[in-house]
Design a binder for this molecule. Structure first.
Ligand code: GDP
Length: 297
């Protein structure tokens, strides 16, 4: 995911660390190159600018230029700044799902990986936290999507709400809540309908479902390959329904990684998980330290 950015930055820093003593000028040159590398990775302009400005303020201090390894000092500053940019508060994987039955709303555009991610998360909660999870598909427009969740549920051994034809999304959400309460489930996950584009009807439906379920967590699933678009989608969903975090999918692909770097800074919402493949175990918590390490190689 971050290969290109990682390569570009290592080129910049190799040059810098070979230079022994550093001057304000060669630090500035290096940071200009960092900025270009960030923009090429599809990091949004204000984020790239703020990033470089903050690094620059710390790197041009005399403590850095006088240090024995000034180049490495700059790399360390960039590393710390990456972590600061990427990190949300607290543990990204710690979902608020005490107080059973806790509702989790999964939202996003069609094709983002929402249904797959719902099942991956359900599996994780079941296996790692011993939670009893019920999943329900609210995608009444696409019977195939409802079937898909049921199939995934039986593969991973997680219950799904039986499908009743003719119900609307709100009715399904109510039934899921009731079933979760009566059935003693810890968590019920609502896989809401996606559309190809954000539209009024989609948002109104998600809002109505949210009002019924009162979810503690509303996770937006977005395709990490879509770069700044992913960030725009997050901003819109957050404005309309309020999200508590983001899951970036397809981080196993060859995207440029910009979405990961811009998300927190632009939307104020943390990335909680990343999808790294189609398999049910291909989901990781988003650890800023590990990601910064990957970027700096
Ligand atoms: P939805 O329409 O948002 O519910 O999307 P789906 O869950 O049906 O996913 C669409 C396609 O993307 C499926 O073929 C998934 O297997 C695939 N997919 C989902 N997440 C990932 C991921 O993290 N990496 C990769 N490579 N494929 C994924």
């Amino acid at each position: 995911m971050f290969e290109t950015l990682s390569e570009r930055l290592s080129g910049v820093f190799d040059k810098l660390t070979r230079q022994g003593a550093l001057t304000a000028e060669n630090v500035e040159t290096a940071l200009r190159e960092v900025r270009v590398a960030l923009l090429e990775a599809d990091v949004s302009l204000p984020v790239a600018r703020a990033f470089v400005k903050s690094v620059s303020a710390k790197a041009t201090g005399s403590a850095v230029t006088k240090s024995v390894t000034p180049g490495q000092q700059v790399v360390k500053i960039v590393h710390d700044e990456l972590i600061r940019t990427l990190r949300g508060e607290g543990d990204p994987g710690a979902l608020k799902i005490d107080n059973p039955p806790a509702a989790m709303l999964m939202v996003g555009l069609q094709g983002s990986g929402k249904t797959t991610t719902t099942a991956k998360l359900a599996k994780r909660l079941t296996e790692r936290q011993g939670k009893r999870v019920l999943m329900a598909s609210l995608d009444t427009n696409r019977p195939a999507a409802m079937e898909q969740l049921a199939i995934l549920g039986s593969q991973i051994g997680v219950d799904t709400l039986p499908i009743i034809k003719g119900e609307n999304a709100v009715q399904i959400a109510r039934r899921a809540k009731q079933q979760a309460t009566l059935g003693g489930y810890d968590v019920y996950m609502l896989d809401t309908a996606g559309r190809l584009h954000i539209d009024e009807a989609l948002m109104a439906e998600v809002q109505a479902v949210r009002d019924v379920a009162q979810p503690r967590e509303t996770l937006l699933v977005v395709d990490g390959l879509t770069g700044q678009d992913a960030v725009n989608v997050a901003t819109e969903f957050d404005g309309k329904v309020g999200i508590t975090g983001v899951v970036l999918t397809r981080m196993d692909g060859d995207g440029r990684g910009g979405a990961a770097l811009s998300m927190r800074a632009i939307t104020g919402k943390p990335i909680r998980f990343v999808g790294l493949g189609e398999k049910m175990d291909a989901l990781e918590t988003f650890e800023a330290e590990r990601v910064a390490g990957r970027i700096l190689g």
